[in-house]
Write a protein that binds this ligand. Structure first.
Ligand code: HEC
Ligand code: HEC
Length: 289
């Protein structure tokens, strides 16, 4: 290429890039209202966004992968944790983790109840934005499942779940209805919305946002025999079923798990799961030693 050709090449390449860039920018803007559900941006959502910025939450957290990588990504936090838990957490984060075990601290942001409600509305909106799979590898909240990378599988000793693990790789979704209910239950434990394993470990003594479910059967026997049990279960299976359908029927002790008689566990599973799916979960959880 001589000098003139080189110059022409550079000019044309630049012009083409500009056109492509402008085209994509315009196209993105055309899609924003649909992808972000602008119709759902209520005053509470806007206020929540202001609270988010005023408190510099982004100095430690990310949303859509934007922000600092010190603390978990919060893009889907409303769906993962639910409002009762988030309300209590934002009121006093220190109740929910200890410095020694987690090595990281979230300062108490000293928010009013209205600010907290607005933040949750904001998180709920953020979680529903169609972010087209971005970020590809979010920093997960403690315990949230990454398909194929689940550590809890290796930690569990229960014979039933080991059997289930042989049949189903972690995170895999069953396709037919003829599989072992235990295996189906275990898969559902890692895929139900909100995902159970984001709040529950099955390793003994490892409490996340919810208590460890290791040994839940033995605990159920003790609870049902005790005087403060006011639920209506009369067997281990019924107890687990009740725990999933109506989490507040019996409250696991500890003020990081409930407040004012309301469990922090989402109370939506009775509706979002079929009876059959709940039975699969019951079958799986009763095997946990
Ligand atoms: C100085 C850093 C810092 C700031 C600022 C901060 N956080 Fe956090 N946040 C953390 C850390 C660390 C954790 C994780 C605690 C853990 O699980 O070990 C966390 C966890 C969370 C969680 C998840 C709780 C859970 O159990 O899943 C939420 C929700 C949250 N923060 C919201 C906020 C909001 C809203 C703000 C702004 C008002 C904020 N954070 C400001 C450090 C911070
Ligand atoms: C947002 C966090 C969260 C999610 C998600 C969640 N749980 Fe829970 N779960 C809790 C908390 C907190 C408790 C303890 C308070 C209570 O007794 O309800 C609990 C309690 C339980 C118990 C009773 C444990 C006992 O020893 O009494 C069972 C069983 C249970 N959950 C199963 C599940 C299953 C199955 C799923 C998914 C379908 C699930 N949980 C999803 C937070 C969660």
């Amino acid at each position: 290429m001589n000098k003139r050709q080189t110059r022409a090449f550079a000019a044309i390449a630049t012009a083409v890039s500009v056109v492509v860039f402008l085209g994509m920018t315009v196209d993105s803007h055309r899609q924003f209202p649909k992808l972000t559900h602008t119709e759902n941006i209520t005053p509470a959502v806007t206020r929540g966004k202001d609270v988010w910025h005023a408190n510099n939450c982004i100095n430690c957290h990310t949303i859509f992968g934007e922000g600092a990588y010190y603390a978990p990504d919060l893009t889907k936090i409303a769906q993962q944790r639910g409002a009762p838990y988030l309300t209590a957490f934002l009121k006093d984060p220190s109740k929910f983790y200890d410095e020694q075990r987690h090595r990281r601290l979230m300062p108490n942001p000293d928010l009013t109840d209205e600010d907290i409600a607005a933040l949750i509305a904001f998180f709920d909106w953020v979680g529903k934005v169609d972010n087209q799979g971005w970020p590809p590898r979010p920093i997960l909240v403690t315990g949230a499942a990454i398909p194929g990378m689940d550590m809890s599988m290796a930690q569990q000793g229960a014979a039933g779940s080991a059997k289930a693990a042989e049949r189903l790789p972690p995170g895999a979704r069953p396709v037919s209805g003829n599989e072992d209910p235990i295996a189906l239950g275990e898969a559902l434990f890692r895929s139900a919305t909100p995902v159970c394993s984001a709040c529950h470990s099955v390793a003994p003594g490892v409490n996340l946002a919810g208590p460890s479910l290791a040994g839940v059967s033995q605990r159920a026997e003790q609870v049902m025999a005790s005087a403060d049990y006011k639920g209506s279960a009369d067997s281990v299976e019924a107890y687990i079923r009740e725990s999933i359908r109506t989490p507040s029927a019996y409250l696991f002790p500890g003020d990081m798990f409930s407040a004012g008689g309301t469990s922090f566990m989402p109370n939506t599973y009775a509706e979002s799961l079929t009876d059959e799916q709940i039975e699969h979960l019951v079958a799986y959880l009763s095997t946990l030693k």
